[in-house]
Write a protein that binds this ligand. Sequence first.
Ligand SMILES: [Zn+2]
Length: 113
Amino acid sequence: MASRTRAATYARRRKRRMARVEHDLTDEQWFALLEAWGGCAYCGGDGAALQKDCMLPISRGGRYTVANVVPACGSCNASKCNTEVTTWLRRKKRDDGAFLLRQAEIARSLAVG
Ligand SMILES: [Zn+2]
């Protein structure tokens, strides 16, 4: 009985936490991301309309947060689709290590402020 109550409490807390981070990315943060990357995070292209791409797709539990969103051109976004980012980068024969390093630096600098 006690464990069931605890489980329910954890589930409630988790739900609250998820709700809080769901739309965490503000317009300000998005513009800062655009400026930091200076173009598409994947190919460097500066297409007219860069889109918010979730590195970990929403369908796989990703959320719109500074740590998870990067600007992507329409072509990269469409190609990546619901693929997890490193899997996709390797498939495209791009340097996923360099990408993740840069992404972590940008996310950290934005989080600090
Ligand atoms: Zn691109």
